[in-house]
Each structure stands twice: as C-alpha cells, then as structure tokens.
Ligand binder design. Structure first.
Ligand code: G3P
Ligand code: CA
Length: 246
C-alpha cells in the first residue's frame, strides 16, 4: 500500500495552521490529504480552528463558542505565526470546503467540542459535505466515539475515525471501531512505536491506522518498518515525501 501523507492542520510548519494559506501550501507541496479541526461559533457556524479559544492564534482572548461569526471574522490568524501572513482569516468550514472542492484531495475533519453539536447542526454538517461533494473523500474524526456514532446514525455517506492517545483507549475503541465498520482509527504515533502489537491487533480487526503527528523522518522510518502507511505531519519536507516513491 502506498504511503499516505496527511498535512496536519494544512502544511502548518510553513503557514499558519488551519487557514486556507496552510491548505494551499499543503496542495503545492504534494500532500495526499489535509486534516483540519472544526468547532462551532456562538451563532452555530462551523469554524476551522484547533483551540477552543482564540488566544493562541489571534492573540485576542475569548472562547470560539462565545463569539459570533462576525466577531471571529474581525480577527486574523496569520500574524501570530509570521507577519507575512497578517490578515489571514479563520475560515468557516464552508469556505474551506469550497476552496478544496475542485482540488481532488482527501480530507480529515476533526470535529472538536462535540457536546455543542445538536442533531440539527450534525445534519447541517452532513448537508454541507454533500453540497461540496466530499462523500467519497472525507473522514470525520473525533476523540469522542459516541459523537462519531451519532453522526454515522444520521448518514452513512462518509468514513469515520475514532482518535486515540493511550493504550486503554486504543484497545477499547478498536473493538468498537471494528464493530461499527470503521475502516480507520487515528492514533498518537508514539503509542504505536512503544506498542507495536497494537498495529497487528488493528490489522487483524480490519482497521487501518493513521499515525499522528509524525514530524521526524526517523520516526516515519520506524512506523514504516512497523507497517504503518498513513501519517499526519506538520512537515512536508523532502525526507518525508520521498518515502512515497521508494
Ligand atoms: O490528527 C489527529 C490530531 O490532529 C489530533 O490532535 O490536538 O492536533 O487536534 P490535535
Ligand atoms: Ca486535529
């Protein structure tokens, strides 16, 4: 199986994470897929942002879910990273999907703050993904397995992935993932390097593993030796990309 390289929050080591600039950089630098995070604004608009607060990436205090779209759009998420990106906006999910619609990349959407997603909001998310024709090229992911199950109950047009960061969660969620028919699970990469038996266990259950976030070529080598062929990275450097064609 060829190596799949997923640009984590876009190509986030050269452009500000979770912005269109980072997504375009990922495309330009040959990422296979793009991962980004989504959470709801106060008026229920899905926004592409990792943290639950605006502080780190806009230098303005406040929770995303307490600010309206209009308030969030007054911020910019580029200059904290580099002044060259000053003015780079926080995209809505719809803006991100629209920008990626005609670029036939696979996307991983990690839905954060699951408890704020009503059934109505989940239906809007599904409709938006269908509107931009992502049904065969999107994995919806969350650390909260029940939340993923809620989305799946409302639409079987997508693939789904549980995220796991420790061994107990890995074993528990793997069983659930196999029962639910998920073909993918996303694991912290260090967990896999420390516990290679988890990889054979998931293979036996028919669940493929995406390792995150792999930024060092030497870690990629270790994971490849263990049979991992899907990784999320912030660094689309030649040492990583070259492994795709070896
Ligand atoms: O790809 C999974 C990974 O993104 C989960 O961690 O904190 O970067 O969203 P985080
Ligand atoms: Ca994420």
């Amino acid at each position: 199986m060829p190596l799949e390289i997923i640009a984590h929050r876009g190509y986030s080591s050269i452009a500000p994470e979770n912005t269109l600039a980072a997504f375009l950089a990922a495309i330009e630098h040959q990422a296979d897929s793009i991962e980004f995070d989504v959470q709801l604004s106060a008026d229920g608009v899905p926004m592409v942002i990792h943290d639950s607060t605006l502080t780190r990436t806009t230098r303005i205090r406040g929770k995303v879910r307490k600010k309206t779209l209009e308030q969030i759009k007054r911020r910019e998420a580029g200059s904290w990273f580099d002044l060259r990106f000053k003015g780079e906006p926080i995209p809505t999910l719809e803006e991100a999907l629209s920008a990626l619609q005609n670029i036939k990349k696979f996307i991983y959407i990690e839905v954060k703050t699951h408890s704020y997603w009503t059934d109505e909001k989940i239906d809007e998310l599904i409709d938006m993904l269908l509107k931009y024709q992502f049904e065969n090229r999107c994995i919806i992911a969350s650390f909260n397995a029940s939340f993923i199950d809620r989305i799946r109950e409302r639409s079987d047009n997508f693939s789904f992935a549980y995220l796991v960061a420790n061994r107990t969660a890995f074993r528990r969620q793997l069983t659930k993932a196999a029962q639910a028919g998920n073909t993918v699970m996303m694991s912290k990469y260090k967990l896999l390097i420390k516990n290679p038996s988890l990889i054979s266990l998931s293979r036996a259950q028919g669940v493929d593993i995406v390792a995150w976030t792999v930024d060092k070529p030497k870690d990629l080598e270790k994971l490849l030796d263990l049979g991992i062929v899907r990784i999320a990275t912030n660094c689309l450097v030649p040492e990583m990309l070259d492994r795709k064609i070896q």
